[in-house]
Design a protein around this ligand. Structure first.
Ligand code: NAD
Ligand code: TYD
Length: 361
């Protein structure tokens, strides 16, 4: 792993991955292909350690000529594919872009990799890797007592987002089996941490609470997600790149499965502790139940036994320590928050998603 093409590296997880990899792998150069959609920002890539080993290219993963050129020009041996449309609520209101980026985009990258590595054989086959970053949402929703998702759980995606990710996972698998492309795949649970765009649950709740805005909990707030601190996810991807077996998939998760309402209450409690003088304390007075998401998956949980056993990876942060770090990060980076929320898209989205939801205490 020398010349890495990271797609979507200006987004939340991709930018954390770049920070971490530049810090921990001094031999690696990173070429970051990102379209800078609403979810991507160069603000996420300020203060990179050793920035001369990071080359940013603004462009679309669906642009085959561009991807071909990058693979050739930079002699790419490893692709780590994060770029995607990633927000379930947006996929409900506008699924088309999810099909385009998540399915066609992944297909385009796979075709370019096949051409460079299998047809033209530019590098020895045991020195190349296509790593696909996916989600636990492809497995659908669990009943309360059902066992956690494993790598062999059948796919049953329920939202346009998860269906498009499932589709991309299937393409990746097919390129391994049909063409012998050296791939690995990870399915990870919900991430949280620094640089997350504040349309997702945790940063939205932190920032709304700081401003005295309501904290909109969908439905009864009893949905369950398996939360993982983003740096733990980045370490897991590095472990799979370096020690994972070609052709394998690995589940990644945080061993944390609270109700949504417990997450929101925990954020409020942390803010109460950090800001005891705030007139908004106790912050949980802002919690408001609003109309549920259509087709809302009730419960996700990941069995992470395989990656623990085979690669020796396990999450370092507990939910409490990870949430504390995250809340502090948002408090300490008001300039990042301001820059991200200044884009016209943010307020348009908030109006579009929340205006119709009503709200009761
Ligand atoms: P994000 O929405 O924060 O970032 C996505 C990035 O991809 C942005 O920088 C955006 O500009 C870029 N992008 C979008 N379309 C593009 C295109 N056509 N060409 C090039 N770049 C494009 O997403 P994230 O939360 O960082 O998620 C990254 C990956 O991890 C996604 O594949 C997602 O499905 C997966 N994942 C996310 C989570 C999570 O909780 N966030 C959990 C498991 C898996
Ligand atoms: P989200 O961060 O959108 O991730 P995902 O839908 O991919 O799991 O949402 C996490 C959970 O929080 C999900 O069950 C929906 C819920 N949620 C709310 O209750 N209120 C909100 O405003 C948002 C954005 C999410």
């Amino acid at each position: 792993m020398r010349n890495l093409l990271v797609t979507g590296g200006a987004g939340f997880i991709g930018s954390n991955f770049i920070h971490r990899t530049l810090t921990e792998r001094p031999e690696v150069r990173i070429f970051n292909l990102d379209a800078l959609t609403y979810a991507g920002s160069l603000e996420n890539l300020r203060d990179l350690p050793d920035p001369e080993r990071h080359i940013f290219v603004q462009g679309d993963i669906c642009n085959r000529a561009l991807v071909d050129r990058l693979l050739l020009e930079y002699n790419i041996d490893t692709i780590v594919h994060f770029a995607a449309e990633s927000h379930v609520d947006r996929s409900i209101l506008g699924p088309g872009q999810f099909v385009q980026t998540n399915i066609i985009g992944t297909f385009t990258l796979l075709e370019a990799a096949r051409q460079a590595w299998l047809t033209e054989k530019r590098l020895p086959i045991d020195q190349v890797r296509f790593h696909h970053v996916s989600t636990d949402e492809v497995f659908g929703s669990l009943a309360p007592l059902e066992p956690a998702f494993s790598e062999t759980t059948p796919y049953a995606p329920n939202s346009p987002y998860s269906a498009s990710k499932a589709s991309s996972d299937h393409l990746v698998r097919a390129y391994l089996h049909t063409y012998g492309l050296p791939v690995t795949l990870t399915n990870c649970s919900n991430n949280y941490g620094p640089y997350q765009f504040p349309e997702k649950l945790i940063p939205l709740m932190i920032l709304n609470a700081l401003e005295g805005k309501r904290l909109p909990v969908y439905g009864d707030g009893k949905q369950v997600r398996d939360w993982l601190y983003v740096e733990d996810h980045c370490d897991a991807i590095l472990a799979v790149l370096e020690r994972g077996k070609v052709g394998e998939t690995y589940n990644i998760g945080g061993n944390n499965q609270p109700f949504n309402i417990e997450i929101v209450s925990a954020i409020c409690a942390i803010l109460d502790e950090l800001l005891p003088e705030s007139p908004l304390t106790p912050h949980d007075q802002l919690i408001t139940y609003v109309t549920d998401r259509p087709g809302h998956d009730r419960r996700y949980a990941m069995n992470i036994g395989k990656i623990e056993r085979e690669l020796g990876w396990r999450p370092r942060e507990s939910l409490q320590t990870g949430l504390e770090k995250t809340v502090r990060w948002y408090l300490e980076h008001p300039e990042w928050v301001q820059a991200i929320r200044q884009t016209g898209d943010y307020s348009t989205w908030i109006d579009k998603n929340y205006a119709q939801r009503g709200g009761t205490k």
